[in-house]
Design a protein around this ligand. Structure first.
Ligand code: AKB
Length: 314
C-alpha cells in the first residue's frame, strides 16, 4: 500500500506518518506539506514532497510518480484561525479537498478526511450527540467540515471513490502543538503545568468538550481505513470520542500530580462562542459497531502520560 499524507507536518500528521511508516514501510508513505521544513522527522524518515494541497496538478503528479493508492488528507485550517480568516479557510479547506477527491477519482485512490465536532452547531443535541443528527454549524470551520463530509459521500456514491473519515474531538498530544483550534487549551495546559504550575485558560471553567489522546486519534485514522467496506453503513464521517471534560476537571486531574497547579480564566469571546456551539459529549456507537472503534486512554491515563513525557523532556 503506497500512501500520500497532506499536511504531514501538522499536529496529527507528525504522529500519523511515523505510525503509517512502521506499519506499511517507510518508503511507502510519502509525506507532503506546504511548509518545506526539511529538519522535521517526518521529512527525513521517508519520502517527502513539498505540496500546496490546492494544487491538483502537482498532487496528481506525485500520486502517479509514487504509485499512491491511499491519501490521508490532513491539510486544513482549524476553527479559531478559520473564524479570523473565513475566506482563506474556505479556499484552503474546500479547494484542497476538491483537488484530493479529483486526484483520487482519476487515480483510484482511497481517501481519509478528518471531520470534527465542529461539524455540529448550536441546535444539535448537546449531550451524547448521535451519529446522524442536525448539522447546522455557525463557524466557517464547521461550514467547511459539513461541506467536506457531503463532498466525500458524494464522490463515494457518484464515482465509487473509497472515502472515509472520522469526526475528531480536540486532539491532545506532546510532539507538535496544534495551531489555531478552539480545543488548543487542553494541550497548552499540560505544557504550562510543567513549566510554571499555572495556566490562564481562554475558555470558561465549565465548558465541556470531547477530547482524544493522540495514540487513539492515530489508531482511529488507521483502523477506519483498514475496515471491511462491507460492514460500513456510514462513511463521512464517524463520531469518535474518548473523553469529555471541562477545564476545571482537567485542572483537578493535573493537581493529582502537581498539587499547587493553578488555573485562571481570561475568556476569548470568539473561541468561547465556538465552543458553546459544539456538543458537550459525543455518542460513537456507529464507529464501535461498524469498525470496532474502542479508545484506550481516558483523562486519568492521558494526564499521567502527558505530564510524564513533558517533564522528562525539560
Ligand atoms: C479545533 O479546535 O478547531 C479542532 C477541532 C475540534 O476540530 N481541534
Amino acid at each position: 500500500m503506497k500512501i500520500l499524507v497532506t499536511g504531514a507536518l501538522g499536529q496529527l500528521g507528525s504522529e500519523l506518518v511515523p505510525a503509517l511508516r512502521s506499519l506499511y514501510g517507510a518508503s511507502n508513505v510519502v509525506a507532503s506539506d506546504v511548509r518545506a521544513d526539511a529538519n522535521q522527522e517526518v521529512a527525513t524518515s521517508g519520502p517527502f514532497e513539498p505540496l500546496d494541497a490546492r494544487d491538483g496538478v502537482a498532487m496528481g503528479d506525485i500520486v502517479r510518480r509514487h504509485g499512491i493508492r491511499r491519501i490521508y488528507h490532513l491539510a486544513a485550517l482549524l476553527s479559531a484561525v478559520a473564524e479570523r480568516e473565513p475566506q482563506r479557510a474556505w479556499d484552503i479547506n474546500m479547494n484542497a479537498l476538491f483537488a484530493v477527491l479529483e486526484v483520487a477519482r482519476e487515480n483510484s485512490c482511497s481517501v481519509f478526511t478528518p471531520s470534527s465536532i465542529g461539524a455540529f452547531g448550536p441546535n444539535t443535541p448537546k449531550d451524547y450527540t448521535p451519529q446522524d443528527t442536525i448539522q447546522r454549524p455557525t463557524s466557517m470551520y464547521g461550514v467547511t467540515k459539513v461541506a467536506g463530509e457531503l463532498m466525500c459521500d458524494y464522490y463515494s456514491r457518484k464515482y465509487g471513490t473509497d472515502t472515509r473519515g472520522v469526526r475528531y474531538p480536540g486532539i491532545i498530544s506532546n510532539k507538535t502543538l496544534p495551531g489555531g483550534g478552539t480545543t488548543d487549551y487542553a494541550v497548552e495546559i499540560y505544557y504550562a503545568a510543567v513549566e510554571s504550575a499555572r495556566y490562564d485558560c481562554f475558555l470558561s471553567g465549565n465548558t465541556y468538550l470531547d477530547m482524544i489522546y493522540m495514540p487513539d486519534a492515530v489508531k482511529a485514522a488507521i483502523d477506519v481505513m483498514e475496515a471491511d467496506p462491507a460492514k460500513l453503513r456510514h462513511r463521512n464521517a464517524f463520531n469518535v470520542t474518548a473523553m469529555s471534560f471541562c477545564p476545571e476537571e482537567q485542572a483537578a486531574y493535573i493537581r493529582k500530580h502537581i498539587p499547587d497547579f493553578e488555573i485562571t480564566y481570561t475568556i476569548d469571546p470568539v473561541r468561547q462562542s465556538i465552543a458553546d456551539s459544539w456538543p458537550n459529549s459525543l455518542e460513537d456507537y456507529a464507529a464501535r459497531v461498524e469498525w470496532g472503534w474502542s479508545p484506550e486512554h481516558d483523562l486519568e491515563t492521558m494526564t499521567a502520560d502527558m505530564l510524564n513525557v513533558l517533564s522528562t523532556r525539560r
